[in-house]
Design a protein around this ligand. Structure first.
Ligand SMILES: [Zn+2]
Ligand SMILES: [Zn+2]
Length: 349
């Protein structure tokens, strides 16, 4: 291993302030490992940071990438449980306080001081990344890196559909937004028994709606046709048991509150910088449960690794492009333009 490495770095907060730079291979502390990155998938949030359309604080300069896995190259002297050569996937809560109520009760994803890879601390779009050992989970040899890196977005989807929402077999579920997270929420809802399962998108989402069907959607619809409400009411006149809002915009919350059945649930997993006026009265009038879903924690990761390793999750449907680090721009643009659902960077390629 050399002392420097190429990395995809966001160096400023203005749009398009990302480039491939030569940076030092990170030092590790006694509780960390140095991970040789096997694969890192591009998240919508990486693309948002590239275009400066994100809604969270970014510590520049920072190496992008928080969806990653690899091989332990070096373990700090106090590390137990993993050793050099182990294949692992890493959670994203790179920094937590460890002492607050959230941390002490295992809900460290909600620690107020949480900082994630790729915006708070250096991420994994590089050959090596320093990772606290507490973030790591072993993965089976049968799970290739190019899919194991997708544990993170699957964990987001699992947390929103299978932890924060309640889905019973036969529930009518509607997912707004067939982006990567919406599609993985579709898969998790299908595994939880949602049926009918409707995925709603825009005219340019046609290929993504096809992917939604492959992931378990029973119906897909282009919302610009105006037929979503009729479709839902034709399946259940009272509306949807659960609406998952994964479009990444704020506005559709309005439509979600209209579509949901009395006593039903709305789960918001996408977010945006927009603040909008919205009619909140259906929340009260229909006794709706409205919940946000953020990130994930240890037990969710173990479940998701199982789903990926056993073929119950279907990452091959969402990965459309594989590239070395030098091809990062094309990988980002292909997602931004909607040519692929998900791009994966393989630093050894
Ligand atoms: Zn992500
Ligand atoms: Zn904490």
């Amino acid at each position: 291993m050399g002392t420097t490495q190429a990395a995809v770095v966001q160096y400023a907060l203005e749009p398009l302030s990302v480039e491939l730079r030569e940076i030092p291979v990170p030092e590790i502390g006694e509780h960390d490992v140095l991970l040789q990155v096997g694969a890192v998938s591009v998240c919508g949030s990486d693309v948002h940071q590239f275009h400066a359309t994100h809604s969270w604080a970014v510590n520049v300069p920072v190496v992008l990438g928080h969806e990653f896995c690899g091989t332990v190259a070096k373990a700090g002297r106090s590390v137990r449980g993993v050793k050099e050569g182990d294949r692992v996937v890493s959670e994203t809560a790179a920094v937590i306080c460890g002492t607050c109520m959230m941390c002490r009760t295992g809900r460290y994803n909600l620690c107020p001081t949480r900082k994630g890879f790729g915006y708070g601390v250096n991420g994994a779009m590089a050959s090596y990344v320093a990772t606290p050992a507490r973030c790591l989970h072993a993965i089976p040899d049968s799970l290739p890196f190019e899919y194991a890196c997708l544990c993170e977005p699957h964990a987001v989807a699992y947390q929103s559909m299978c932890v924060n929402s309640t889905i019973h077999p036969g529930d009518l579920v509607v997912v707004f937004g067939p982006g990567p997270i919406g599609l993985l929420c579709t898969r998790m809802a299908a595994l939880a028994g949602a049926n009918p399962l409707i995925v709603a998108g825009l005219p340019q989402d046609a290929p993504r709606l096809e992917a939604a069907r492959a992931l378990g959607a029973t119906h897909t619809i282009d919302v610009s046709t105006g037929g979503l409400d009729d479709l839902v009411r034709s399946l259940d006149p009272l509306g949807a048991d659960l609406v998952c809002e994964a479009s990444g915009a704020s506005r559709p919350l309005d439509a979600a509150l209209k579509l949901v059945k009395p006593g039903g649930q709305v789960t918001k997993v996408g977010w945006s910088p927009d603040t909008i006026p919205i009619d909140i009265n259906p929340l009260v009038g229909k006794n709706v449960t409205l919940q946000g879903s953020f990130s994930h924690n240890f037990p969710v990761w173990e479940r998701v690794i199982h789903l990926l390793a056993t073929g119950m999750a279907k990452p091959e449907i969402v990965v459309g492009l594989r590239s070395g680090l030098a091809g990062w721009r094309h990988a980002f643009d292909a997602m931004h333009e909607g040519d692929v659902i998900k791009s994966v960077l393989l630093p050894s390629m």
